[in-house]
Design a protein around this ligand. Structure first.
Ligand code: PLP
Length: 414
């Protein structure tokens, strides 16, 4: 494991634990990797950060400064982005099961693009005649494209709750959307799932979408000018996970679009992707203090001062993490530990099994690659407090979200 240069003892002193820590330089590097590789001289590209991976006002500000677009799925994500001064015309409103209120809110903000999840949403949108502006609109399709990832993060299978299957009914709605002059219907969206590490899926998916566009043009004379390929780019969580060369993949994806656009005689001008995890995942760490150590007949438990509340992914997807004990990076890893939290659930395990140097009470445990779907999924179960979030840029730390207080817990109670 590469050494991480931050002074975790100082961070604990200053901000307490558990603590979410982000390496801002790494986020910028990740963004630049996408910008530098998902581009083409002759076709426009848009990189849309999927804000559900991690969103705070500060994060929205980084996305704004880096000139990416933003994917929001709820009033709350919209509100956070707008509060941070994010340009609504660069927002894509996603989400299955949008409410009429959310659509109206999007119209009030003049959100750039609305991605419809299903045919009901399409009729809801078409029935609101007075939108106040002409939004770009896309429709999410479901190609039933099989990928290899955890079942809870697969999105593209026949009975998925996301997107619509391509059939006569859908094609009629696509025609209707294309002909409606209160909106700009620009194209289709498809997202095949999350934490996908086999790059072939992304290329095959791109080809499938291009074939669909060809079919729509040849058979139905529907000419779409934008294509949104979704996100799902997996990251390396464990030292033993394979490295994925995204620069090559992204080049390959956009070249495939360009070539097939020409070959199939299509009119696609704009190709979009929506990375979330791959922008923030490897830039985040969670720092815990080891609070207790307990031995059972077959297990050495490390009890940390956090819980599944700050990392739900283990309970939800059986996700696996690497960790280190601060200041013991060079000691031999001799003991097998199970890292558990404070929540009253047997499933409140942060790491099922990890070899670490012999731990002591009050040692600091740093869990690695916790930048995506951690803070954004945090909860107050057991009335535990949600940790603070600190960003570090060029060795300077900055509090981005303060730690919750006990008073915060009762502030909604009447
Ligand atoms: C979750 C999601 C993403 C981002 O997925 P990652 O795996 O974090 O890249 C992008 N687009 C849509 C529609 C999503 O639901």
């Amino acid at each position: 494991m590469k050494t991480i240069k931050f002074n975790f003892n100082n961070l604990k002193e200053k901000y307490k634990t558990p603590l979410y820590i982000y390496d801002e330089n790494k986020i910028i590097n990740n963004i630049n990797m996408f910008k530098n590789n998902f581009k083409h001289e002759k076709i426009n590209t848009k990189i849309i950060y999927a804000s559900k991976a991690f969103l705070t006002k500060y994060m929205a500000k980084i996305i704004k400064e880096e000139e990416l677009y933003l994917d929001c799925v709820s009033s709350g994500e919209l509100y956070t982005a707008i509060s941070a001064g994010f340009d609504p015309s660069k927002i894509f409103l996603h989400g299955n099961n949008k409410t009429k209120e959310e659509l109206k809110e999007a119209f009030n903000y003049k959100v750039g693009t609305i991605v419809l999840d299903n045919l009901y949403e399409a009729s809801m949108l078409l029935n609101i005649k007075d939108k106040g502006y002409k939004p770009n609109v896309m429709l999410r399709v479901n190609l039933s494209f099989q990928v290899d990832t955890h079942k809870y993060i697969k999105t593209s299978y026949e009975d998925s709750k996301f997107g619509v299957l391509i059939n006569d009914e859908t094609i009629n709605v696509i025609k209707e959307l294309s002909n409606d002059n209160t909106i700009n219907f620009i194209g289709l969206h498809s997202h095949i799932g999350s934490q996908i590490t086999d790059t072939n899926y992304f290329i095959n998916h791109t080809k499938e979408m291009m074939k669909l566009y060809k079919m729509l043009k040849d058979k139905y004379n529907v000419n779409l000018k934008a294509l949104n390929l979704g996100g799902g780019f997996g990251i390396k969580y464990l030292e033993t996970d394979p490295f994925i060369d995204y620069s090559k993949l992204l080049n390959n994806m956009i070249n495939t679009c360009y070539n097939l656009n020409k070959e199939y005689n299509l009119n696609i001008e704009d190709v979009m992707i929506e990375p979330g995890r791959s922008i923030v995942g490897n830039a985040g760490y969670t720092l815990y203090t080891i609070n207790q150590i307990k031995k059972t007949p077959n297990t050495n438990y490390l009890f940390v001062d956090g819980s599944m509340n700050d990392n739900l992914r283990v309970a939800l997807y059986e996700a696996k993490y690497d960790a280190l004990i601060v200041d013991k990076e060079n000691e031999p890893k001799k003991v097998n530990y199970k890292v558990a939290g404070k929540a009253c659930e047997s499933g409140d395990i942060l790491i099922e099994n990890i070899k670490l140097p012999k731990a002591n009470i009050n040692d600091l445990l740093l869990v690695i690659n916790t930048g995506a779907y951690h803070y954004s999924m945090a909860s107050n179960y057991n009335r535990l407090l949600i940790p603070a979030v600190v960003f570090i840029k060029d060795n300077k730390d900055k509090l981005v979200v303060r730690r919750q207080t006990l008073k915060d817990l009762i502030k909604y109670d009447m």
